[in-house]
Design a protein around this ligand. Structure first.
Ligand code: NAD
Ligand code: FES
Length: 281
């Protein structure tokens, strides 16, 4: 059992929790993730390790369905019945001079922070573009600012920073900086759109995929994705891949099928708790 020692509401529907997991914290590296269960026999939720402090790991999640809603119901000192990790490949960052452009959309700010921090600590110059639907959904602004030489904010509704998508700023930023590589993390359509632009600009681009996961060990195939025409498993071969080789359409189709089922289950969950879906949107 893994105790939740701290919990904070970061933005509407978005939570940060600190979970006591000493063995995981000791081995965690930037890019690693864990799979957690909010209840016994519940769905398995993959979450990036945002940071590891002493014997705890920091996780950030958005309520998107029943399982994340159940996770959000837990208050310290509640315990998670299962937590598996650290999982995935933690990319090696070489020290150097080259500038890295980090593009984060919405909750993608959480998985991008440990990677941007790692680049920064290895002496790389980090330029970050952070976008959200509106001002109150912008996450980790101060912490991203600390590790970036420039932080550009965008909101879809214009309530802060540039009025528009994160992709709008890439051409201008890449004209002013000699970008060596791009790391993009956020919703699938955002990562696909970033890759379309960076391909035209010939900028190598890495994306982090949030595929469905079950076992997290490469056995079940739930997290499969086509990369460069080959089937890869996000849990053991990723979660980061060359964005110019990812079949975003195939992955989106698989996620959509699941989301339809998940939405029905979530509507039922909200009804059960007396929340009318029609009123709450
Ligand atoms: P969102 O829909 O609010 O979008 C965040 C930002 O991404 C927008 O403000 C915009 O700047 C950009 N964006 C969105 N669609 C775009 C498009 N078509 N073209 C260009 N830019 C676009 O994001 P959210 O609600 O925070 O995230 C929701 C989704 O992100 C969920 O499906 C979630 O599973 C996924 N997610 C992915 C990761 C990951 O590791 N890749 C991490 C967390 C969340
Ligand atoms: Fe089962 Fe990746 S989650 S193979």
């Amino acid at each position: 059992m893994f105790e939740i020692v701290d919990k904070e509401l970061l933005a509407p529907g978005i939570y940060r929790i600190l979970v006591k997991a000493p063995l995981v914290a000791a081995k965690a590296a930037p890019g690693h993730f864990v799979i957690v269960q909010a209840i016994e026999d519940g769905e398995r939720i993959p979450l990036t390790i945002v940071s590891a402090q002493d014997d705890c790991i920091e996780l950030i999640f958005q309520v998107m369905g029943v399982s994340t809603a159940l996770l959000a119901e837990l208050e310290p000192p509640a315990k998670l019945p299962a937590l598996l990790g650290p999982l995935g490949i933690a990319p090696e960052v070489s020290p150097g001079e080259g500038t890295v452009l980090c593009v984060a959309g919405g909750v993608g700010a959480a998985p991008i922070l440990p990677r941007a921090r790692d680049y920064h600590q290895k002496g790389r110059k980090v330029v970050t573009i952070l976008g959200a639907r509106s001002k109150e959904l912008l996450l980790l602004v101060d912490r991203l600012q600390e590790v970036s030489s420039e932080l550009h904010i965008c909101t879809d509704d214009g309530s802060a920073g540039h009025h528009g998508f994160v992709t709008d700023l890439i051409p201008e930023v890449s004209r002013r900086h000699k970008i060596e590589e791009v790391l993009a993390i956020g919703p699938l359509p955002m990562m696909a759109a970033v890759c379309k632009i960076t391909k035209q600009l010939s900028l190598p681009t890495t994306v982090s995929l949030n595929a469905l996961m079950v076992d997290g060990t490469g056995m079940c195939g739930a997290c499969r994705v086509a990369v460069g025409g080959e089937t890869k498993f996000t849990c053991v071969d990723g979660p980061e891949f060359d964005g110019h080789l990812v079949d975003f359409t195939g992955l989106a189709n698989r996620l959509c099928q699941y989301r339809e089922y998940e939405q029905t289950a979530y509507d039922g969950y909200r009804k059960e708790r007396g929340e009318c879906q029609c009123l709450n949107g």
